[in-house]
Design a protein around this ligand. Sequence first.
Ligand SMILES: [Zn+2]
Length: 135
Amino acid sequence: MPGPCRLCGAVVGVRASDGWRCAVCGWRVGDVPDAELPRPRIDVVYYLRYADRVKIGTTANPRQRLAAVMHDELLAFERGGRAVERERHTQFATIREGGEWFTATTELRAHAASLSGGVDPWDRYARWVAQALSA
Ligand SMILES: [Zn+2]
């Protein structure tokens, strides 16, 4: 790949018929995101583990939000806003410890793992941003 991806910083590319594409987020190398345009709004539900608890919350600014919440590990991102967040809070109501914090049970961890599918959550997020930008 001629240079790092302008969107996610990855250096691994795949050769497509229309040039190089970032292997992580799918952005076409050479295309520069227009600085004049606002970044697309991507609402995500995040699963943040701290010790034996997991915070399930939502944000449209995950980097800013995660920097403000103490955590050990980002388990997963799920696309969606308040509605999805509410759905998960209801789904895991029996293990709710207070506010947006839940006990890190095997079930909750398995749910988060199934969302990630073995892919780094930030790589998934970069791909969603790239898809929204190229739409
Ligand atoms: Zn990329």
